[in-house]
Design a protein around this ligand. Structure first.
Ligand SMILES: *Cc1c(COP(=O)(O)O)cnc(C)c1O
Length: 394
């Protein structure tokens, strides 16, 4: 039920850890790739003596353990716990550590599903929710001084506005007020950003996105260096049971092996796309949001905090408003009109009507002229040509 700690400072570089950590050849057959242990239960050698601790797959499964060890090593931390979805991971982290009467401080630009979970599930159970501009450290400090908070929930870059939060500065303020910091690191991934090294207490992932990387699995994870916190999360993962299947874990393992390689290409392509969009006439493209652009208000912090690239997500506002935005997302051919992000193939969407429809009318509402791009790893010139033909037809 507890996780297997991996060394805090693994000897190998990130690209090597991604491929080798947790991937010992199968002891029975020597299979180089961890088998998909599609079994719910395990034969015990004697009553109460499960072999190597494997008793029941909700509690422990060899394929899931291989992914958890691989992810912990990539993150450079002691514990990683995978879940059936990103939201299941977030739910368990918060439910394991919060009680009615506790408060959580949330950025005003977080993933809509996280806000919905807190506002519509946790809040009715008695958990207090405050929303601030997380990039404004003075506002964070004021909110924490006004009432004690159990958690400060950070996303950076944010979804869909690509806002940047200074993790180290936020962690310092939060810790001074006795609050813990969780970072949803889904957009940057462990290849580009290391929140635990910057002072965060826990990191959450939707592995559905860059870690899986191929738009073929729903999954999530919590990583932390804190033994007690990991124990609480591990207990509730087993007690409540939102575990990934062995096949899900196998897909996550395969994705994570190429994560560093893919993130470099996503970042190169996204920067080219963002620069090209920014070069369009302002009567067509009014604003481009990408942390790799010098025009981005969080560029300096992102350049310090992210390593080896600024990720694959680009958002753009169109001068023609909501109608132009909708025509644009329906006019691309290579970019597929779809929710989600982080796969090898490029996707495009209208957050106001799609991913962020659930936050309409709240403090998290997004502009209706906004288009979000998940820039894939295809040829950048082909992607730009596709955006060009779609823009000409809005
Ligand atoms: C998708 C996403 C989630 C939720 O993950 P699921 O796997 O869809 O449950 C959480 N945070 C961010 C930033 C996401 O993009």
């Amino acid at each position: 039920m507890t996780t297997t700690p991996t060394p805090r400072t693994p000897a190998a570089a990130l690209d090597t850890r991604a491929i080798h950590a947790g991937q010992e050849p199968d002891p029975t057959t020597g299979a180089v790739v961890p088998p998909i242990y599609m079994t719910s239960t395990f034969k015990q050698d004697a009553v109460g003596e499960p072999r190597h601790g494997y008793d029941y797959s909700r509690s422990v499964n060899p394929t899931r353990r291989a992914f958890d060890e691989q992810l912990a090593a990539v993150e450079g931390t002691r514990h990683a716990l995978s879940f059936a979805s990103g939201l299941a991971a977030i739910d368990v982290l918060l439910r394991a550590t919060m009680r009615p009467g506790d408060r959580i401080l949330l950025g005003n630009d977080v993933y809509g599903g996280t806000y919905r979970l807190l506002a519509q599930v946790f809040q009715p159970w008695g958990v207090g929710l405050d929303v601030v501009d997380m990039a404004d450290t003075a506002a964070v400090s004021a909110a924490l001084a006004a009432a004690p908070h159990r958690w400060v929930w950070v996303e950076t870059p944010t979804n869909p506005m690509l806002g940047i939060v200074d993790i180290a500065a936020t962690a310092a303020v939060a810790h001074a007020h006795g609050a813990r910091v969780a970072v949803d690191n889904t957009f940057a991934s462990p290849a580009l950003q290391h929140p635990l090294a910057d002072g965060a207490d826990a990191v959450a992932y939707s592995t559905t996105k860059y870690i899986g990387g191929h738009s073929d699995v729903i999954g999530g994870a919590i990583v932390t260096d804190d033994d007690e916190l990991a124990g609480q999360v591990a207990f509730l993962r087993n007690a409540a049971g939102a575990v990934p299947s062995p096949f899900d874990s196998w897909l996550d393992i395969r994705g994570l092996k190429t994560l560093p390689l893919r993130m470099r290409r996503h970042s190169v392509n996204a920067l080219k796309v963002a620069q090209w969009l920014e070069s369009q006439p302002s009567q067509v493209v009014s604003r481009v949001w990408y942390p790799g652009l010098a025009s981005h208000p969080g560029h300096a912090i992102a350049a310090r905090q992210m390593h080896g690239g600024f990720g694959g997500m680009v958002s753009v506002q169109l001068a023609g408003g909501q109608e132009a935005a909708k025509r644009f997302v329906q006019g691309t051919r290579l970019f597929t009109l779809a929710e989600s992000l982080g796969g090898v193939e490029s996707l495009i969407e209208h957050p106001g009507a799609m991913t962020h429809a659930s936050v309409a009318g709240t403090t998290l509402q997004v502009p209706d002229d906004l288009v979000r791009l998940s820039v894939g790893i295809e040829d950048a010139d082909d992607l730009i040509a596709d955006l060009g033909q779609a823009l000409r037809r809005i």
